[in-house]
Design a protein around this ligand. Structure first.
Ligand SMILES: Cc1ncc(COP(=O)(O)O)c(C=O)c1O
Length: 381
């Protein structure tokens, strides 16, 4: 491995939430005070305002704020009637929450390999996994790139399946000119702090155009009812809290601009890195906009960890999304998957590297990162 020959010249974090807060502080504080002054800690006026604002942003009829993105998935599956004995098909390359929610609903996750260019579910492999028990498909808009929704919608229609979009990484991405979030029966968002739209704690939401699902979800998130002590269903405690809603309402106004900056950073990375030996760069699917929650490159597996350590030596933080594919995750061992079952996802797990990506990233930081990636790869490939 090459070691840095001189002192580190720049530090590039993976993301920089303090920088974002410094920019928002003045605007945000009065809203946080308003929540504290009225003790509207759980749901309340800010939650309602945010739900309305986010539903306008997405162009969907309803947004239901919940406690986190994992609950958004779980409650949606419950609202769709998914339960024991059912199967739900999803991508093998995602954060573990997608599969956890299916399992917590009592259903069996069925993993499908991903497409080697977009890293989203390989729709050509879905049909072979549909069984009489299949109830729903969960495409994951991974890294901020919409899945192939047109093909999935056609499949879902012909087999009578529900579609639940896992949009946790793709706030503001579009597909065929429309924001993702309104394509399936429902779409689930996470507002984990590092997301493109992030709260200052855990938060999540479900978007849906279906009035029946919206009504059930409003009950499920709040102990099974919308009126105090009227518990129509066995529900959950999964409500959006007021402070998080105030943060999200303020931040939502900046989301488009932040996404544009992310896209510009991605364009710069791609221009600087194209032609680098051994480096596969992200692609954007036709008819889609990618909001680059993550900028993920692939390098030959034998060089990935060396490159990562080399960048670390230059003060550059990177991430792995994700180091173990879902079908081989220990928690799902009982499902009986084996290495080789989803070869593209397995290869991604060994070869992906997420480079620093956040709106406040500076051009010279991108150039510094790209230059170090090039140096290492030219030396080793
Ligand atoms: C693809 C995906 N699905 C689901 C989740 C779960 O969201 P949360 O962390 O808000 O529960 C996340 C985020 O962490 C995610 O990236």
């Amino acid at each position: 491995m090459i070691l840095p020959s001189h002192a580190q010249t720049m530090s590039v974090p993976f993301l920089d939430l303090p920088a974002q807060y410094a920019d928002l502080k003045e605007e945000l504080r009065p809203h946080l005070d308003a929540v504290l002054d009225t003790s509207a800690y759980i749901l309340g006026a800010y939650a309602e305002q945010f739900e309305q604002a986010f539903s306008r942003f997405l162009g969907v009829r309803h947004v239901i704020g919940v406690a986190n993105g994992t609950d958004a998935l779980l409650l949606s599956l419950k609202a769709l009637g998914v339960g024991p004995g059912d199967e739900v098909i999803t991508a093998a390359n995602s954060f573990v929450a997608t599969a956890e929610a299916i399992a917590h609903a009592g259903a069996r996750p069925v993993f499908v390999d991903v497409d080697p260019d977009s890293y989203t579910i390989d729709v050509g492999r879905v049909e072979a996994k549909i069984s009489p028990r299949t109830k729903a498909l969960i495409p994951v808009h991974l890294y901020g790139q919409p899945a192939d929704l047109a093909s999935l919608e056609a499949l879902a229609k012909s087999h009578g399946l529900s579609i639940l979009e896992d949009a946790a990484q793709a706030h503001g991405a579009t597909y065929r000119g429309r924001p993702i979030g309104g394509f399936g029966d429902a779409a689930c968002f996470s507002f984990y702090p590092g997301k493109n739209l992030g709260a200052y704690g855990d938060a999540g939401a479900v978007a849906t155009n279906r009035d029946d699902l919206a009504s059930t979800l409003r009950k499920l998130r709040d102990h099974g009812g919308v009126k105090k002590y009227e518990h129509e269903l066995i529900g959950f405690n999964s409500r959006l809290d007021g402070l998080q809603a105030a943060v999200l309402l303020v931040k939502l106004k900046r989301l488009r601009q932040w996404n544009e900056r992310r896209a510009a950073h991605a364009t710069r990375y791609t221009a600087r890195l194209s032609g680098t030996p051994g480096v596969q760069l992200p692609t954007v699917r036709d008819h889609a906009t990618h909001v680059f929650h993550l900028y993920v490159i692939r390098v030959p597996a034998q060089h990935r960890d060396g490159l990562r350590a080399f960048l670390q030596g230059y003060g550059i933080a990177t991430g792995l999304h994700y180091p173990v594919p879902l079908h081989l995750t220990q928690a799902f061992a009982a499902l009986g998957y084996r290495p080789g079952d989803c070869p593209v996802a397995e290869s991604c797990a060994r070869s992906v590297l997420s480079l620093p990506m956040f709106p406040e990233l500076r051009a010279e930081q991108i150039d510094y990162v790209a230059d170090r990636v090039q140096r290492y790869m030219k030396e080793h490939v």
